[in-house]
Design a protein around this ligand. Structure first.
Ligand code: UDP
Length: 385
């Protein structure tokens, strides 16, 4: 096996390159951006010393021991508990919806058992929710759904909540306790020096060459195999059409003192144009700020047009059909494996991206060892693998 090309220096690309390099393969890793770490890129704001999450807040959380062990090799991790609040009609509530949210929202002092029975009585009896709205109504009922989910979701996804898959809401827990931890995973932490330093360390290996500012289309050398973590439709020159994504735009405010008092505040009201605000200093609470100035971002969700970064795969019905056709094209290719959020058109968290990349590398190394070609997908975007 000669040289391997890895397209994309985000987590997926960096993990696969690292694993292959350690197994003895020489890799060229390219990224068209001028930095590694993809959308979890972080960098220091010089004047304030605040670590800024340049593509929005990224919090690492996992129950996967192999993933946790892997990331631990590339830098120090600081335990971190994420908290998110939600401003609804001029009042602040804690998220995810928990006993405090329920009692504050309804002006009650219910016990866990009472709240469980109360919410169950509000919930609509939908046995198998077919979409996001049905999932929400069957989980929390009309009042909570309307306040916390319906409008946030239409702003975030730019479409009617009945067009969206129920799975999106399953990301969020509903708790009948005062536990306000946003995630339920055992391990939750932030890389002390940021995700970019972490990814850079993954890529520091004598068998890895990194070229930034380099698009896949501009590479003319020939490779024995390519691992492609760019957008699946882009690889094929969008010849069947474009897969739908949501993109984000951020508006920065520099405010004196603590502006939000928490890392993330959601704004689900329909008349507020942004979805959430992030106060970056609270994402790295262990860092000592250089000044009292705080960096706060308003986040706006937008359609992805050519030239804008894709963030969230939409996966509406039309996208699913198009995806099936692109997967067909991909399976007919030779010498290429697609991976990652963009390569598999999948809304996956960072730990899932790392776990999948580790598995992709394992399958590929075994295939190379048997003088066989790795498959186009180790994780089938159509959901069968
Ligand atoms: N969501 C919502 N209200 C909220 C927070 C989330 O309706 O206050 C819905 C929304 O559709 C969102 C999804 O739940 O896209 C997943 O939320 P999460 O916080 O996991 O989104 P991410 O941080 O990945 O953008």
């Amino acid at each position: 096996m000669g040289r391997i090309l890895v397209v994309g220096a985000g987590l997926s690309g960096a993990v696969v390159a690292r694993e292959l390099a350690e197994a003895g393969f020489a890799c060229l890793v390219i990224d068209e951006r001028d930095h590694v770490a993809g959308n979890c890129h972080t960098s220091l704001d010089e004047s304030t010393g605040i670590m800024v999450h340049r593509y929005g807040p990224h919090i690492f959380h996992t129950d996967n021991d192999a993933v946790w062990a892997f990331v631990g090799r590339f830098g120090e991790w600081v335990p971190y508990r994420h908290s998110v609040y939600s401003t609804v009609r001029g009042k602040v509530f804690s998220l995810p919806v928990n006993l405090l949210t329920i009692n504050q929202f309804f002006g009650t002092a219910m016990t866990p058992a009472e709240a469980r029975a109360f919410v169950a009585a509000q919930a609509e009896p939908i046995a198998v929710p077919a979409n996001f709205r049905e999932q929400g109504l069957s989980l929390v009922g009309e009042a909570l759904y309307e306040a916390f989910f319906r409008h946030y979701t239409s702003k975030q996804w730019g479409t009617d909540d009945r067009n969206l898959p129920a799975a999106i809401l399953r990301r969020l827990p509903l708790r009948f306790s005062y536990d306000i931890n946003y995630f339920h995973h055992q391990r939750q932490a932030m890389p002390r020096d940021g995700y970019t330093a972490l990814t850079q360390r993954m890529l520091e290996h004598p068998r890895i060459e990194l070229r930034l500012g380099t698009a896949a289309e501009a590479v003319e050398e020939r490779f024995d195999h390519t691992f492609y973590s760019g957008p699946l439709d882009r690889y094929f020159g969008y010849r069947l059409g474009r897969l739908g994504y949501r993109s984000l735009r951020f508006e920065e405010l520099r405010l004196e003192g603590d502006a939000l008092g928490c890392p993330v505040m959601n704004f689900p009201d329909p008349d507020v144009p942004w979805t959430r605000m992030t106060e970056h200093r609270h994402l790295s609470p262990w860092r000592k700020p250089l000044s009292d100035t705080s960096i706060v971002w308003r986040e706006f969700s937008e359609a992805t047009e050519p030239g804008k970064s894709p963030y969230y795969p939409l996966r509406l019905a039309g996208d699913e059909r198009l995806l099936r056709d692109y997967v067909g094209l991909a399976n007919a290719e030779h010498g290429i494996t697609f991976l990652g959020r963009l390569g598999c058109y999948a809304y996956i968290d960072m730990d899932a991206a790392i776990g999948r990349a580790l598995e992709t590398a394992r399958v590929a190394i075994a295939a190379f060892g048997a003088h066989a070609a790795p498959p186009a997908f180790v994780h089938d975007p159509l959901g069968k693998a």
